[in-house]
Design a binder for this molecule. Structure first.
Ligand SMILES: C[S@@+](CC[C@H](N)C(=O)[O-])C[C@H]1O[C@@H](n2cnc3c(N)ncnc32)[C@H](O)[C@@H]1O
Length: 315
């Protein structure tokens, strides 16, 4: 591959996915793109790049962009975010004015093959007592159609379920099908997977109470991270939470978020940003009252039903 071809590929990936392909990641081209080249009947990365350069190569460009995404994920990755979800985020949400509507929206902004949104869905099921009667929507988005397909199927190998998933949760929420394990349909239906590029406009997604955006910002340059974080701040409810990956931070990048004390990877909006957050102009499938209301106690008539809870649909 000539320097000009490498340059073309680097620019294309940056424009289409935000991925910064430094010289140190050049080695990835061979392993990721040679299979695509072969599929196209091409013999080298140089030939593939030439094919990308011609007009009308839109579907090939998409294929190459998706092939370059790093999709590594596993259940309960890094543990702490899920402990923070259970011990900090859920209690705060349950005690907030949301108690009157009992609605929560969670966005997994780089859902990959589904382990992260499903870990949250399982946690929600495990917190059934506490969240009884709540309607909880998890939106899982990703740039790669291929990983979303796998996420929707909820089918994992023995190796994948052994990575991070406690055995009792495996037994409780998965069925073995041949050599694979499938997450039960009730948990699967809790996640709405959508194809979405984080470089695009977020407005149509609505607003969220919690955003998990983990292990994706690391692939972008600082201006891209700044832009994404600023736009995520606008999608978050004023008292919402942002969760980043272990190697990611807002410090020195975004003035919209500040770390939550003693909670690694957890961020909240700064006071200045809260006043403009969760823009009411945005569509919101799960509206949260903007003015504080006294938390309501469930009554006999409002007592949760399994179906209404959205957290305990039968498998
Ligand atoms: C390393 S995985 C992280 C998965 C999960 N959040 C976790 O922490 O285990 C990163 C994901 O980000 C997705 N991704 C990369 N660039 C993206 C973009 N511009 N828009 C949306 N998703 C993107 C990739 O397809 C990949 O599935």
């Amino acid at each position: 591959m000539t320097p000009a071809e490498f340059e073309f590929l680097r620019d294309m990936l940056k424009t289409r996915s935000g991925l910064v392909l430094g010289e140190e990641k050049r080695y990835l081209l061979e392993s990721r793109l040679m299979p695509v080249a072969r599929e196209e009947g091409l013999e080298s990365l140089g030939d593939l790049t030439k094919a990308l350069m011609v007009g009308g190569a839109e579907s090939l460009r998409t294929k190459v962009t998706q092939a370059m995404t790093i999709n590594e994920s596993f259940f309960y990755r890094d543990k702490t975010p899920f402990e923070n979800f259970r011990d900090i985020m859920v209690p705060a949400m349950v005690e907030s004015p949301r108690a009157s509507t009992r609605k929560l929206r969670i966005w997994c902004a780089a859902a990959s093959t589904g382990q992260e949104p499903y870990s949250l869905a399982i946690e929600i099921r495990e917190l059934e007592e506490r969240l009884r009667g709540w309607s909880i929507e998890i939106v899982g988005t990703d740039l790669s159609e291929e990983v979303l397909e796998k996420a929707r199927a909820g089918l994992y190998s023995q190796f994948e379920v052994q990575r991070g998933l406690p055995i009792q949760l495996l037994v409780k929420y998965f069925q073995q099908t041949g050599s694979m394990w499938q997450i039960d349909s009730g948990v699967r239906s809790m996640v709405d997977y959508r194809h979405f590029n984080l470089l695009d406009d977020y407005t149509a997604l609505g607003t969220f109470d919690i955003i998990f955006c983990r292990n994706v910002l690391i692939y972008f340059d600082t201006p891209t991270k700044q832009d994404m974080l600023a736009r995520m701040a606008k999608r978050l409810q004023p008292d919402g939470y942002l969760v980043l990956g272990a190697a990611e931070t807002v410090i020195g990048i975004s003035g919209d978020f500040s770390p939550v004390a003693d909670a690694r990877g957890l961020y909240e909006l700064t006071t200045a940003t809260r006043s403009t957050a969760g823009s009411p102009a945005a569509p919101q499938t799960a509206p949260v009252p903007s003015t504080p209301a006294a938390p309501s106690t469930p009554t006999a008539t409002s007592a949760p039903t399994v179906a209404a809870a959205g957290i305990a649909k039968p498998a």
